[in-house]
Design a protein around this ligand. Sequence first.
Ligand SMILES: [Zn+2]
Length: 85
Amino acid sequence: MSADPNDACARDGCTFFPMLVPVGDWILPAAHCSHACADYVWLERTLAAAPRTNATPDALEAMEELRQLLDERQAPTDVGPLVEF
Ligand SMILES: [Zn+2]
């Protein structure tokens, strides 16, 4: 396995390798190692773009707990998707 940091998951602090996704006849690396990391980054961006309210500190605290949960994983899929669409 390559140790090139450029190959790691796009979420800050995550060292897993991106998951592979089938695109037509190809298997390509995604930007993130798991749905959990992709969802985390999406939540982080959504929260950063949202107007600040009384609920913002609670949301930031919840994000910090989520980040710790993701950082403690032994495998990318230890935590499933965070957002259901
Ligand atoms: Zn990741």
